[in-house]
Design a protein around this ligand. Structure first.
Ligand SMILES: Nc1ncnc2c1ncn2[C@@H]1O[C@H](COP(=O)(O)OP(=O)(O)OP(=O)(O)O)[C@@H](O)[C@H]1O
Ligand SMILES: [Mg+2]
Length: 434
């Protein structure tokens, strides 16, 4: 079968198609079983593209397996495998390749088949050089565009992955920053006590030339408190470093009343106590709690210090608690202008539960402030008085302990923070049962 083409010498100058970005010259496959038209096409395209010539379907497929073909020109009517069959086989090897069919007397059915196989163009015989050059040039441009779109999509995907990785890294860095800030915040309390007592001891020792027995007792008692505070600091940094290493907390099931006793000792010597009235009532029946003991003391100490600092006027702060022997009815745990709940949906609501509260007779928390109090760095205190981390730490410890928290506040009457934590039967150490 022959195609009538213009003589190559009289080729009219058609703009040279832009070269693909990735490959300097596009690869063009010509599949025709007749030498005449094959040679014509060769003459037309040999200087513009990397040209591959196939005289039948078998050779065409072989070439497609060896080369990343951009565009194929296929004669539909060929002896042996038809152009449609060849295209079908070529699609399996080069699904993205562009195809131009050359038709003579084809039925619409054949053309439909070619379209189904995503032939991008079909050219009737006889064709002129400008038409075929134009068709190939457009097909080549589409390939270039497609590969640019693909590489852009790949770049976008790469960028997205990088962004996701960055955001994870930033998240980790932020967590680290928060944790270091928490260490400083939590250690600040015990260190204030230590520094106060060291000053007191210095004063005492500075004034005395010799020490009486009662002075020695005084010093020993203060040193015991200092020692306890230093142990506390070590515990705090161990807990946070454990968190950083994702080791989790040491879940020793501490006895609540022992912890309340330790807390009372800390509060009694805390500088924020000042002239305020303080009362701590232990549980009527002791119980263990499924959180690290230092964590529980840290929660209650933060709440107590807030309660003392809520007004400079002398007021009363009370710590108390009870054991809940039934699971809680959480339907009543709803936020309101005077109430705020934390971690209700994730708490382990299984009896027995330890319920502990810290209440004050201070000014209360204004409704516009209440929703913000657990945010990190939120404070209504002056810069030298508060970092705004205390309640954020409380919130994290409550969540880690699978507990819940309720704040109830009333303007000019005071505020009560109540915490609920999973309880456990008390492991009594010999001689230390209380
Ligand atoms: N018992 C309370 N009565 C009134 N307001 C309170 C009480 N407890 C907390 N708040 C309010 O919540 C804010 C946040 O408390 P949080 O403990 O997080 O930070 P802070 O006490 O301001 O600073 P920090 O604890 O870092 O020293 C306080 O600044 C205060 O406005
Ligand atoms: Mg605080």
């Amino acid at each position: 079968m022959s195609a009538l083409v213009d003589s190559p010498v009289s080729v009219s100058p058609v703009p040279v198609p832009p070269r693909p970005a990735a490959k300097p010259r596009g690869i063009l496959l010509v599949v025709d079983d007749e030498e005449g038209p094959r040679m014509s096409l060769k003459v037309i395209f040999k200087d513009t593209y990397e040209l591959l010539m196939a005289e039948d379907g078998v050779r065409a497929i072989e070439l497609a397996q060896q080369h990343d073909i951009d565009v194929a020109i296929l004669d539909i009517r060929m002896a042996g495998m038809s152009g449609i069959e060849v295209l079908e086989r070529l699609r399996q090897v080069r699904p993205d390749m562009e195809a131009i069919m050359i038709t003579a007397f084809e039925t619409t059915d054949t053309i439909r088949q070619a379209l189904r196989l995503r032939a991008c163009d079909y050219i009737n015989k006889p064709f002129d050089i400008a038409t075929i050059r134009n068709a190939v040039s457009q097909a080549m441009q589409r390939r270039v565009l497609e590969s640019q779109v693909h590489s852009s999509a790949d770049k976008v995907r790469e960028l997205l992955t990088e962004l996701q990785n960055r955001s994870i890294e930033e998240q980790i860095a932020k967590t680290h920053k928060d944790i270091y800030a928490s260490i400083l915040h939590d250690i600040n309390g015990p260190l204030t006590v230590v520094s106060g007592f060291v000053q007191l001891l210095n004063k005492k020792l500075g004034n005395e030339s010799r020490l009486e027995t009662e002075d020695l007792e005084f010093i020993k008692e203060r040193l015991r408190i200092i020692e306890r505070q230093v142990v506390n600091c070590i515990e705090i940094q161990r807990r946070y470093l454990g968190f950083l290493r994702r080791q989790g907390n040491d879940q020793t099931h501490a006895g609540v009343n022992q912890l309340l006793h330790d807390l009372e000792q800390l509060v009694r010597v805390h500088p924020s106590l000042q002239e305020n009235e303080f009362c701590l009532t232990p549980l009527a029946g002791d119980i263990g709690v499924k959180v690290n003991g230092t964590d529980l003391i840290q929660i209650l100490l933060n709440l107590s210090v807030n309660a003392f600092q809520c007004t400079p006027l002398p007021h009363r702060v009370e710590i108390g608690g009870e054991v809940e022997t039934a699971t809680l009815d959480l339907t009543a745990f709803k936020d309101g202008p005077n109430d705020r709940f934390l971690n209700v949906e994730n708490m382990h609501n299984v009896a027995p539960l330890v319920k502990l509260w810290v209440s004050d007779t201070g000014p209360g928390i204004p409704p516009e402030v209440l929703p913000k109090i657990f945010q990190s760095y939120f404070t209504t205190k002056g810069p030298s008085q508060g970092t705004g981390l205390g309640l954020n730490i409380v919130q994290r410890l409550i969540k880690e302990g699978h507990g819940a928290l309720h704040v109830h506040t009333q303007r000019n009457e005071g505020t009560t923070f109540t915490i609920y934590l999973p309880g456990t039967s008390l492991v009594r150490e010999s001689g230390s049962a209380r």
